[in-house]
Design a protein around this ligand. Structure first.
Ligand code: SAH
Ligand code: SF4
Ligand code: F3S
Length: 463
C-alpha cells in the first residue's frame, strides 16, 4: 500500500509518526508525500488543547468524507486522542477504519491487516498491556537529525495537562537500548539527536537505567548527565539536544555536563508557564518564579551563550491583569530567545477543569498577542546581535520557501538560511557569516571550507 501520515502535536508525536512510517515500510508499504494518492492515510492526533483536537477531528472527517472518491482507502487515527477518547472516537468520526493508541504503536500493521481482511473498524488502545513496554526503536533512513525517546509518560500531573493521562506513567528506557539505537543511526548518517521526554530531566529517576557495574568516566551520578556523557562518546555524533526541561532538573551536575560535553548543544527549552507564583502553584508546576530565575542564572553562568526558549500559558483560571503583568516582566528579565505562547484550554479530567475558566476568550487573545509581539521584538533584537558574526550550521537541506537556498540550524537551535556552497550535502557542517536576521530566521553567506593542505578547522572533540 501507499501510505501517508499527517502529524499534529509535539515532537513525541513526530517521533511516533516516523517510527510507524519505518514499520510500515518494513512491512512492504511505500510512503507518499501526496495524501490524495495514498491507500492508507493515518492522522497522528494531539489532545493538549481543544483546538488541536478540533483540527485532527476536522481532518479525519474530511478524509472519511473523501472516501466517496477513494472507496478502497483506509483512514486511521493514532496518538493521544485515541488514548483519551478510546471507542468514542468512532462516534466522533463515523466511518473511521481504525484507531491505535500511544501504547500500541507496534501493533499498527496488524490492525491495518485486520481492517483489510475483516472490513470492520478496529481499535487498540493498549488496554491490558504490561505497564512499561519499550518503544519502537526503528527509524527511517537518510535523516541528518533524529528524535530518540528516552523517557515515556509523565508523572508530574500539572493541573491543566492531559498528557499524563494519555501517555501514562513515567518509564525510562535502559541507557544501553538508547545508546544502541543512536549508534546505529549515527553509523547511517545521523549527526544530531534530540533526546525526548515530557519532563526529560526525570530520566532514570523512577526506574533503573544503568547496570550496577557501569561507572561514569567523569564521575557523574545523575542518570541524565551519565547518558549525555555516554552519547557524547559515540563516534560521529556532532550534536546532542534534549527536551523538555524543568527548573528542578537543572542541577549543578547536569549543567556542568552540558557545559563540558562538546557535543551537547548550547540550547535548552525550559517551560516557564507563568510568572506569577500564585498561578504556578495552582498549575502544580513545583517551582516558584525565583526557582526558575536561579535555574536560568546557573545555565547562563556555566554555559556562556546558551539560548533559552520557553512555553507560556495565558488566561489560566483566575489569572488577573497583575498575574499576567508578572509573566510579562519575568519574560523580559530572562530575555528568552524564543517562546511558544498558548491560550489556556480546559481539558476534561484534569484538575484545572474543575475551576472556572474565568478569563474570556477575547482577553486570552489580547494577552497572547501582547506576549507574542514582545517576544518578536526581543527575538529580533537578540538575533540581530549575531549579524557580522560567524555561526556553525548543520545543513539539513534546501529551504522550504526558496529551494535555491539551503537551511540548517545553529548549535543554539536557530534556523539559518544561506546560499549553498558547491558540494554541500545534508549533514555538512559549515560556517555561515550572518548578514540579516528576523525573529525566527538568520540569513547569511557560507564561508568556503579551508583549502586542502591548510590546517583543518577545529571540529567537535570527543573523548
Ligand atoms: N512536557 C512539556 C510540555 C508538554 S505540552 C513540559 O511540561 O514542559 C506543551 C505545552 O503546551 C506546555 O508546556 C504548555 O505550555 C502547553 N499546554 C499544556 N496543556 C495546556 C492547556 N490545557 N492549555 C493551554 N496550553 C497547554
Ligand atoms: Fe504536562 Fe506538566 Fe507533564 Fe509537561 S510536565 S507533560 S505540562 S504534566
Ligand atoms: Fe499532544 Fe500528546 Fe504531545 S497530547 S503535546 S501529542 S504528548
Amino acid at each position: 500500500m501507499k501510505f501517508h501520515i499527517r502529524t499534529y502535536g509535539c515532537q513525541m508525536n513526530e517521533r511516533d509518526s516516523e517510527a510507524i512510517g519505518a514499520l510500515l515500510i518494513k512491512h512492504g508499504n511505500t510512503p507518499t508525500p501526496r495524501e490524495w494518492e495514498a491507500d492508507l492515510v493515518i492522522v497522528n492526533t494531539c489532545s493538549v488543547r481543544k483546538k488541536a483536537e478540533d483540527k485532527a477531528l476536522g481532518k479525519l472527517g474530511l478524509l472519511v468524507a473523501g472516501k466517496g472518491d477513494h472507496p478502497e482507502r483506509i483512514v486511521g487515527a493514532m496518538g493521544c486522542m485515541v488514548q483519551r477518547l478510546r471507542n468514542s472516537i468512532f462516534e466522533r468520526v463515523p466511518g473511521l477504519d481504525f484507531a491505535v493508541g500511544t501504547h500500541s504503536l507496534s501493533n499498527l500493521p496488524n490492525v491495518v491487516d485486520l481492517v483489510t481482511r475483516k472490513n470492520t473498524p478496529v481499535i487498540d488502545a493498549g488496554d491490558g498491556k504490561e505497564e512499561c513496554p519499550d518503544v519502537l526503536s526503528i527509524h527511517e533512513q537518510c535523516a541528518v537529525t533524529a528524535f530518540v525517546n528516552i523517557l515515556l509518560g509523565c508523572d508530574r500531573r500539572c493541573s491543566y495537562c492531559v498528557v499524563p493521562s494519555v501517555r501514562g506513567q513515567e518509564w525510562s528506557r535502559p541507557a544501553e537500548h538508547i545508546l544502541e539505537e543512536i549508534r546505529e543511526m549515527v553509523s547511517s548518517g545521523v549527526r544530531e539527536v534530540t533526546l525526548l521526554g515530557q519532563s526529560v530531566m526525570s530520566y532514570g529517576r523512577r526506574n533503573e537505567v544503568w547496570p550496577n557495574a557501569h561507572a561514569s568516566p567523569r564521575g557523574f551520578k545523575e542518570p541524565l548527565a551519565r547518558l549525555l556523557e555516554a552519547v557524547n562518546t559515540i563516534q560521529g555524533i556532532e550534536r546532542i539536544r534534549f527536551t523538555s526541561g524543568h527548573p528542578s532538573g537543572c542541577t549543578p551536575e547536569l549543567v556542568q555536563a552540558m557545559a563540558e560535553l562538546p557535543a551537547v548543544c548550547g540550547h535548552l527549552h525550559l517551560p516557564l508557564q507563568s510568572g506569577s507564583d500564585r498561578i504556578l502553584k495552582m498549575m502544580r508546576r513545583g517551582y516558584t518564579v525565583d526557582d526558575y530565575r536561579r535555574a536560568a542564572a546557573r545555565l547562563r553562568k556555566t554555559i556562556p551563550g546558551i539560548a533559552l526558549t520557553t512555553d507560556v500559558i495565558v488566561g489560566f483560571p483566575s489569572e488577573s491583569a497583575e498575574d499576567f503583568d508578572m509573566t510579562r516582566k519575568i519574560m523580559a528579565e530572562i530575555s528568552f530567545d524564543n517562546s511558544f505562547i498558548f491560550k489556556y484550554s480546559s481539558r476534561p479530567n484534569t484538575a484545572a477543569a474543575e475551576w472556572n475558566d474565568t478569563v474570556s476568550p477575547e482577553e486570552k487573545l489580547i494577552r497572547n498577542k501582547n506576549l507574542l509581539a514582545e517576544q518578536n521584538k526581543r527575538s529580533t533584537a537578540i538575533n540581530r546581535e549575531l549579524i557580522g558574526t560567524v555561526v556553525e550550521v548543520l545543513a539539513t537541506g534546501c529551504s522550504k520557501r526558496n529551494p535555491s537556498r539551503w537551511s540548517g540550524r545553529t548549535r543554539t537551535n536557530k534556523i539559518v538560511v544561506f546560499e549553498p556552497p558547491e558540494g554541500i550535502r545534508p549533514g555538512t557542517t559549515l560556517k555561515v557569516d550572518i548578514e540579516r536576521a528576523g525573529a525566527q530566521t538568520l540569513y547569511g553567506i557560507a564561508i568556503p571550507p579551508a583549502p586542502q593542505g591548510a590546517p583543518a578547522k577545529q571540529g567537535t572533540e570527543h573523548d
